[in-house]
Design a protein around this ligand. Structure first.
Ligand SMILES: Nc1ncnc2c1ncn2[C@@H]1O[C@H](COP(=O)(O)OP(=O)(O)OP(=O)(O)O)[C@@H](O)[C@H]1O
Length: 238
């Protein structure tokens, strides 16, 4: 299935009575890549959790293509093509890699496994290992592969590089770029490794206290040292 456009209009959301996101609006064209940046606690994870239907939405609209997802369940959003890879690397620790990949699949188990191994050959080497025996990078590959097997047309990746060695980060970013280049997925990436996010993205939004404080291209952001320092808290990019 080809990638879908994601549109977010005047979205406000939070946890119970605690408002975190205030009137967020942006759209990501089909097959485009958006980096969502911001200092700690500015609402990036809350934005993704809200898109995935896991927080309380007070107001606003979320749509994929022509489908309005605003009031639908998390399961319905996944069914409509939204894939969410949370920061928590959700895998089953007591199941093997292969079982993690196929649990819940009724059909095309063999195809799914081969597809995941083609994407992440390291998982093939580890196929008999339990989830709990994997390194952080392998867990990230497994959770990403599990989500991709659901054939999302919009993929949300929340800090996939967190805590990983540089060589593994590079490996993951290559796969994410290949997925984006396939034209099958629109990808939104939250990442603290700002340079990696800027190298990957076509467009950027920067959140500050639950609002969009800046939006533009990666090159415009790289050149705006004041914005980088004020909104991202780093003295310069390299
Ligand atoms: N389950 C929750 N209940 C109440 N408040 C929460 C909950 N999760 C997060 N928050 C609050 O929402 C705000 C935004 O947090 P969020 O995790 O979305 O930020 P973030 O930009 O992803 O930060 P980080 O880069 O540290 O992951 C913070 O003030 C945080 O304390």
């Amino acid at each position: 299935m080809p990638a879908s456009m994601l549109k977010v209009e005047n979205l406000s959301a939070g946890y119970g009575p605690t408002r975190i996101l205030e009137s967020i609006s942006f759209s990501v064209g089909a097959g485009r890549r958006l980096a969502v940046l911001g200092r700690n606690g500015m609402g990036k994870t809350t934005l993704f959790a809200t898109l995935a239907g896991q927080t309380r939405r007070y107001d606003g609209r979320i749509s994929i293509g022509d489908i309005d997802l605003s009031s639908t369940s998390s399961a319905a959003r996944a069914h409509a093509g939204l894939g969410y890879v949370p920061q928590t690397r959700d895998i089953f620790p007591s199941l093997s890699v292969e079982e993690n990949l196929t649990v819940g699949l009724k059909k095309r188990k063999k195809d799914a496994i081969e597809e995941a191994y083609a994407l992440f050959p390291r998982l093939k080497e580890r196929r008999r290992n339990l989830g709990s025996q994997l390194s952080g990078g392998e867990q990230q590959m497994l959770t990403t592969a599990r989500t991709i097997l659901g054939r999302p047309t919009v993929l949300l990746l929340d800090e996939p590089l967190e805590g990983l060695a540089p060589v593994i980060c590079e490996e993951l970013m290559v796969v994410f770029s290949e997925l984006a280049a396939s034209g099958d997925m629109t990808i939104l990436l939250v990442e603290q490794r700002i340079q990696s996010a800027l190298d990957f993205a076509d467009e950027v939004i920067v959140l500050e206290r639950g609002r969009i404080a800046w939006n533009g291209t990666p090159s415009a952001l790289s050149q705006d040292h004041k914005v980088v320092e004020r909104l991202l808290g780093v003295g310069g990019l390299h």
